[in-house]
Design a binder for this molecule. Structure first.
Ligand code: ZN
Length: 565
């Protein structure tokens, strides 16, 4: 009965699905006026997130016209020195939102609306949600200029398609933008793991073999991978991960895997296909990729198995991908990697388990040594409190716990899904409490100043990092000095004025520019630690210029001078 129902649904849904995709293929225009060349594709592995769109090259320059891909209206814009920088969201009548990020400037009516809101709020960083009648746009209308703002490190257009209702990011390549691709995915490595029945990696039991290409086939040495008998256990199984990347015709840029299948003969063990990702699931990439290989060895292994708590919608089946095999047994596998254009690469290999004893230990992750993913963790005394909600950890993780100074929580080399909350008792001899903040010393001896709040005698913060926690004091204001001009010289006729700004301990929280006492837009480039002001053509002659910068602990620095524009 169930089978029949499934078949019926399949028969009815499939043609609609195909039709809508076919329809979509002819529908959208390109967001750029030059041929589309990819620097990055959808689903690429990044730190703590999947790449949620396509990165189009812009000939290495800023200022190319950006065109709306379809009729619609500008629904949202945001300006930030981080992340997407200057970004536009356009809603289309078919329920899709297109996103244009890292812009250098907005055009037309949008530009004047943004400027007036910035002036009203006296803030460069704004976010606007607009109504359908505010700024309707036509297909092919120029709405912005390409740029390099926010987290972008080279000029390009980051372009996304989202489901307007659910806000899930969708793979734009499935919608048929014209990008030549005849290059199949490249398979570079194979890793085998001993796994528990929940799909957790058994410590110390994994092995990498390199994959090489001869003619058009991929191979491992001797086409055979042998593992010790103690990789096997009664409840657990074996799992694989594959290091796979992809490329497109027009550029050498290394892009990400779209689709893969692991089979034993005709039985599919595991499938993965990245068509859409919800933003609140994107961090589960830490569970999908081999986190250690990614962070330590910069290798991009995609697991062909998952843990039972991984909710990513990139796995078409419910299988965990656990392979059951016994000492002395041999199995033959086929791994296939495919891109959106259906270019395919295959790796055939055999797995043999040596004769010998299985692993019989039933305490692989003892609770005195490991935090367990399934439980809420709360640990406290009169000086410190650490809380981690359920499923903060993807797998059992070494505790590294100290509830006496220096306070520590968790293994800094392990990723977390949700921030942990930290509360620390303030010292009894108090200075101005606004100067206190919590610092975490994490992976790679990196210090992270946490956005902290004072509650009575306690200071608290949420941390995306594990490590050693300490209360610190910041009483030093950011520094600011002219970068591309000298006030003592005649600087008439300059169009852009820049100042370097540095905050060593915490973060630059606020920055304002006043010309003759009137607030003016001052932009912050977080990557280069500088502020800049673009002089309007009408601003000439001698004017009093004042800049006020402030850090997260409220330390303020002023810079003022007369400038001859
Ligand atoms: Zn991007």
């Amino acid at each position: 009965m169930e089978f029949r129902l499934f078949t019926l649904i399949f028969i009815f849904i499939l043609p609609i699905f195909c039709f809508s995709q076919e329809n979509a293929k002819t529908k959208y225009r390109s967001p750029l006026g030059i041929p589309l060349v990819l620097a990055a594709n959808f689903g690429e592995l990044r730190p703590n997130h999947f790449h949620m769109g396509l990165d189009f090259k812009t000939n290495g320059v800023e200022g190319l016209s950006l065109y709306t891909i379809e009729d619609g209206y500008i629904a949202r814009i945001k300006i930030s020195p981080y992340g997407y920088g200057k970004v536009i969201y356009v809603n289309h009548p078919n329920g899709v939102t297109s996103v244009y990020a890292h812009c250098s400037a907005f055009k037309g009516r949008l530009d004047s609306i943004v400027k007036s809101v910035q002036e009203k709020e006296q803030n460069f960083e704004i976010e606007l949600f607009l109504n359908p009648t505010d700024i309707p746009v036509k297909k092919g209308e120029i709405i912005a200029l390409s740029g390099n703002t926010g987290g972008s490190t080279a000029p390009h257009l980051h372009f996304e398609l989202r489901d307007t209702k659910t806000e899930e990011a969708m793979n734009p390549l499935v919608f048929g933008f014209e990008i030549q691709d005849h290059k199949p995915p490249i398979i570079k490595g194979l890793k085998v793991y001993a796994l528990t029945e929940q799909g957790y990696q058994v410590p110390g039991k994994s092995k990498i073999v390199n994959v090489s290409k001869t003619n058009n086939d991929y191979h491992i040495p001797g086409d055979l991978l042998t593992i010790p008998s103690d990789y096997c256990s009664e409840d657990g199984g074996i799992g694989f991960a594959f290091e796979v990347v992809d490329q497109f015709d027009a550029a050498e840029n290394i892009c990400g895997l779209y689709k893969s299948t692991l089979r034993i003969k005709n039985d599919t063990i595991f499938r993965q296909q990245i068509d859409k990702v919800a933003f609140d699931h994107s961090r589960y990439i830490n569970s999908h990729k081999d986190y250690h290989e990614y962070t330590v060895n910069k290798r991009k292994f995609h697991k062909s198995f998952k843990t039972q708590h991984n909710p990513l919608a990139i796995y078409p089946t419910l299988d965990l991908g656990l392979i059951k095999i016994k000492p002395g047994e041999k199995l033959s596998f086929i791994f296939s990697a495919q891109d959106v254009m259906k270019n395919e690469s295959d790796l055939e290999f055999n797995l043999f388990v040596s004769e010998g004893k299985e692993n019989t230990s039933n305490s692989i992750f003892p609770t005195w040594l490991y935090f367990q993913p399934d439980s809420t963790i709360q640990l406290k005394n009169d000086k410190i409190e650490f809380t981690a909600q359920k499923h903060t950890f993807y797998e059992p993780t070494k505790k590294n716990l100290s509830l006496v100074a220096p306070f520590s929580f968790g293994d800094p080399s392990q990723p977390i899904q949700y921030p942990v909350s930290v509360k620390m008792k303030l010292p009894s001899t108090k200075i101005d409490v606004s100067k206190y903040y919590i610092n975490v010393l994490s992976e790679g001896s990196k210090n992270h100043a946490l956005e902290s709040a004072i509650k009575g005698d306690w200071i608290e913060a949420e941390s995306n990092y594990l490590g050693i926690f300490k209360i610190k004091i910041d009483t030093i204001a950011p520094s600011i000095s002219p970068l591309n001009f000298n006030v003592s010289e005649a600087i008439k006729g300059k169009n852009r004025y820049t100042w370097s700004v540095n905050e060593n301990q915490t973060e630059l929280l606020d920055y304002d520019l006043f010309i003759d006492g009137k607030w003016s837009v001052l932009e912050y480039e977080s990557k280069g630690d500088y502020l800049f002001f673009d002089r309007p053509k009408v601003l000439l002659g001698k004017h009093k210029v004042e800049i006020i910068v402030k850090d997260s602990c409220g330390n303020v620095k002023k810079w003022s001078n007369e400038i001859l524009f």
